[in-house]
Design a protein around this ligand. Structure first.
Ligand code: FE2
Length: 140
């Protein structure tokens, strides 16, 4: 994924350290990339009715999210086996949802909007709830 550090940090979602930072630099940097993807997708929907950029956005997102989840799994060691399995299943489920949207897409614009909803919704539950809890538990 190649974004300049300050590109696309504002838009539909604006990166705000106070709101999004989980206190781990590596994870924050990767979450920023996800915010950049969301804003890029939003701009593509607004400005390009054919959403020509959608296929490549899908591919980058699936690839990047997989990479991000692998990184997060390194932060799971303090969790019980049961909690690790739950996190792993959440991740797997989300990746399957994006992949299914990708495979079943019919109308590009509708799919782009669905992807945008899925992502923003996930961003909020993933970063603001799950990851903050994950990091908090490690600090305790
Ligand atoms: Fe995350």
């Amino acid at each position: 994924m190649t974004f300049s550090p300050n590109d696309y940090l504002n838009g539909l979602v604006s990166w705000d350290d106070n709101e999004f930072s989980v206190g781990v630099q590596e994870l924050d940097a990767q979450h920023k990339v996800i915010v950049q993807c969301i804003n890029k997708l939003y701009l593509a929907i607004e400005s390009d009715s054919e959403c020509q950029q959608l296929p490549s956005l899908f591919e980058t997102l699936i690839e990047y999210t997989g990479y991000h989840f692998e990184t997060e799994q390194r932060y799971f060691h303090h969790l019980s086996k049961h909690e690790q399995l739950l996190h792993h299943l959440h991740h797997k489920h989300f990746l399957e949802e994006i992949s299914m949207l990708h495979v079943n897409r019919e109308n590009t614009r509708v799919t782009a909007i669905e992807l945008l909803f899925l992502l923003t919704d996930w961003l909020i539950s993933h970063i603001l709830e799950e990851d903050k809890q994950l990091v908090q538990a490690e600090l305790e």
